[in-house]
Design a protein. Structure first.
Length: 251
């Protein structure tokens, strides 16, 4: 990864930033407030912090899809700071691309990870439509990824940064490992409270856990964003939907 830390003021920030897409660290720093934080008085302009500044990392557990020891991605959704959704049409009509499968093939390492960790539950032939939907509805609403926020934007860099960041967050908040650390493993049933507490004690914030009937469906982790690209977990603003025991099936 090419690196440009010069504009960042502390080593601590540089070491966090090192895990994230380089182009994001290279821009905006000189015109943004120190420690710009989304949804706060230091948020700065739309290139400094996402204006829809409450972002939700949504991971799902779908039998038959993805590695048997990994949750897979549903999305990374920028909500308004009060927790509202941004709308079905996304935020930028000029970047409503229709062919995310071929766009993502332009970045082979990313594409590889997309196929592994972001499969459509409708099957591989639907992957392109799934990714197109996630980009159009949600990706275009991450204001810091707008082309004008880059110092030298190259085509689809915004798309690669959006999906790349989401996959890095998935890896960092690896729910399978987090749960395993609390002896919660596929093939068992666990109280909703134990399940949620295991995630909360590892991540440090309250997640939202969703179920379909008694089966585990999704885990939502909420974030504010610091300095354009550092995701800071915050408590869920929504309630979990599981009650009683959660069935965590093997896959
Ligand atoms: C591919 O995507 C990754 C993840 O966002 C990014 O770090 C990398 O720079 C991209 N590579 C190219 C050639 O655009």
């Amino acid at each position: 990864m090419k690196v440009s830390f010069i504009s960042l003021s502390t080593l601590a920030i540089a070491s966090i930033a090192s895990a994230l897409p380089t182009s994001l660290t290279a821009r905006a720093a000189d015109s943004c407030p120190a420690n710009a934080l989304s949804c706060s008085s230091t948020a700065g302009g739309s290139c400094c912090s996402p204006t829809n500044g409450l972002l939700i990392l949504v991971q799902q557990w779908v039998q038959g899809f993805g590695p048997s020891t990994s949750f897979t991605m549903h999305g990374l959704w920028p909500d308004t700071c009060s927790g509202g959704q941004t709308g079905n049409n996304g935020c930028d009509p000029s970047r409503q691309y229709t062919n995310l499968d071929s766009i993502l093939q332009g970045n082979s390492s990313l594409y590889n990870d997309m196929e592994t960790y972001w499969p459509s539950y409708k099957g591989a032939s639907n992957n392109g439509d799934f990714w197109t939907h996630e980009w159009g509805k949600h990706g275009t609403c991450v204001s810091t990824l707008a082309p004008q926020c880059y110092t030298s934007y190259t085509k689809y860099e915004d798309v690669y940064d959006y999906f790349g960041t989401a996959l890095e967050l998935r890896q960092k908040y690896d729910l399978y490992s987090i749960l395993k650390g609390a002896n919660i493993t596929p093939g068992g049933s666990y109280s909703a409270n134990d399940f949620e507490s295991a995630i909360q004690s590892s991540v440090g914030v309250k997640p939202k856990v969703t179920c379909s009937g008694s089966d585990l469906e999704e885990v939502w982790i909420y974030f504010n964003v610091k300095n354009t690209n550092q995701y800071v977990p915050v408590d869920s603003v929504d309630s979990s939907t599981c009650s009683g025991d959660i069935n965590y099936p093997t896959k």
